[in-house]
Design a protein around this ligand. Structure first.
Ligand code: GUN
Ligand code: ZN
Length: 462
């Protein structure tokens, strides 16, 4: 039995890259999205042309928007309570003074169970139907995360954060190499599903400064073993360049590499004498990539590695701004990430609004005014592509799984005012673009009234 959802449909159709998003922007103000028993989309278009199904039912969301579910390609589960943590400055100080101690609290299984419920609830409130989630060091906490996510019916790719070296504040999060590999292997065996599953696992070295060259080698061996099973790889790259005390200088001097990316690509990995293996690929997402060289960007494009772009976090930690034009021109897929808790917004549209502002403020000819369709693309289809799951979700093409949100402007009055009273051009296309821009930037959590994954409504933990 099919369900026909009625509403104002907005999505990026087909399979464009970001430069084609504008042409691919598709809206049906009086639209219908028909979803079959298996949760697959069988029709997306004008209501009047929707196929009649006498045995089916209708969910009337008219007055609301139907948008593809948001995809967050970088968010830290153990930092659910660490937004707006004041810890004296930039990345390494903030990790040391606020984050490592906060993450150590997840060693307590009761605390971990509570934070997992709150994390899943926050994802539902913000309409994040799919996410690459940077996990906890502690297996019980990861079990709680996977269990709560499964109960809710959201999509999840996650893996425990691997740390084998670090400052004293990180000691509770650290293990030996051998133990790290055992724990990653156990997590994969327990939770990694095939591509029909909502739950999948990533190997997650925290960042280069949290692992030794031996750990990188061991993780490379593990990844060589499991990448054929569709396991993901996730980490941070070139985030913060504070001269002298910054992450990037530290990586280069400690690891004697010319570029940060080299630490994830060949040099320390198995077979380095014969070209080496790599942690990069179509199932690898690198967060930030603010300070990449052209060579690093070209290598990411070549390997199909995606970037989780996290401008809210980059502002919070003074990390700089990923150069939009140069990164996109290199052919790398750029998706959106909240980076909760350095990012202090759970809502992907808030990340997109921040991206609009920071890229318009890039110096000189680098400045760019991103089109609303490019913003929507970055928060939906690009995220599905980053998860190598574009064939499954990310927009409303027929045959895809129906991951979508109902956004009711009357539930967030400032948004309702923008949409009903905001200025609109006479030109239809411009008026549509203005509507989408106001919708994305003016939306807040209360406007997201229903969230569906694969056609089923997700359920918040009790
Ligand atoms: N680099 C290593 N760990 C972290 C983290 O928790 N947050 C951010 N933003 N960067 C990191
Ligand atoms: Zn992060």
């Amino acid at each position: 039995m099919s369900v026909t959802h009625l509403g104002h449909i907005v999505h990026i159709a087909g399979s464009p890259d970001v430069t084609g998003a504008r042409e691919a922007l598709t809206t049906f103000s009086d639209g219908a999205l028909v979803v079959d028993d298996a949760g697959a989309i069988t029709y997306c278009g004008p209501r009047q042309d929707a196929p009649a199904d006498p045995t089916g039912s209708v969910a009337d969301h008219r007055g609301s928007f139907l948008l593809p579910g948001f995809v967050d390609t970088h968010i830290h589960f153990p930092q659910t309570y660490s937004l707006d943590a004041y810890g004296g400055g930039q990345l390494l100080e903030w990790l040391d003074s606020c984050i490592f101690p906060a993450e150590a609290r997840l060693a307590d299984p009761e605390f971990a169970a509570q934070i997992a419920r709150d994390f899943v609830t926050a994802r539902i409130r913000s309409g994040t139907t799919a996410a690459m989630v940077f996990g906890s060091a502690f297996p019980d906490a990861q079990d709680a995360l996977f269990t709560e996510t499964r109960g809710a019916g959201l999509r999840l790719v996650s893996g425990r954060g691997v740390q084998t070296v670090g400052p004293p504040s990180a000691a509770p999060l650290m293990t030996s190499e051998k133990r790290a590999i055992e724990l990653c292997t156990a997590e994969i065996d327990r939770w990694h599903g095939d591509d029909s599953s909502l739950l999948q696992v990533a190997i997650v070295p925290r960042f280069t400064l949290s692992v030794s060259t031996e750990t990188l080698h061991a993780l490379g061996e593990l990844y060589d073993d499991v990448r054929g099973r569709g396991v993901y790889l996730h980490s941070h790259l070139n985030e913060n360049n504070r001269p002298g005390t910054g992450e990037i200088d530290a990586v280069k001097s400690l690891f004697s590499v010319d570029s940060y990316l080299d630490t994830y690509d060949g040099k320390f990995l198995p077979g380095s004498q014969t070209g080496g293996s790599s942690l990069l690929g179509r199932r690898t997402i690198m967060a930030h990539a603010v300070h990449c060289t052209d060579t690093e960007l070209a290598r990411m494009a070549e390997t199909g590695t995606s970037i989780a772009h996290c401008p809210v976090s980059q502002q919070f930690l003074g990390s700089g701004t990923m150069p939009w034009r140069r990164t996109v021109a290199a052919g790398v897929n750029v998706a959106a990430g909240t980076d909760v808790g350095a990012g202090d917004e759970w809502l992907i549209p808030q990340v997109l609004g921040c991206a609009f502002k920071v890229h318009l403020s890039e110096p000189g000819e680098d400045a760019i005014a991103l089109h609303p369709a490019e913003l929507l693309f970055t928060g939906t289809l690009a995220g599905a592509r980053a998860l190598d799951a574009e064939h499954r979700f990310g927009n409303f093409d027929t045959g895809k799984e129906a991951d979508f949100l109902v956004v009711d402007p009357t539930r967030w009055e400032p948004l309702e005012r923008l949409l009903s009273k905001g200025i609109r051009a006479d030109d239809d296309e411009m008026a549509r673009d203005q509507m989408l821009f106001a919708l994305l930037l003016g939306m807040r959590e209360p406007a997201i009234t229903e969230v569906y994954v694969r056609g089923s409504r997700v359920v918040a933990p009790s």
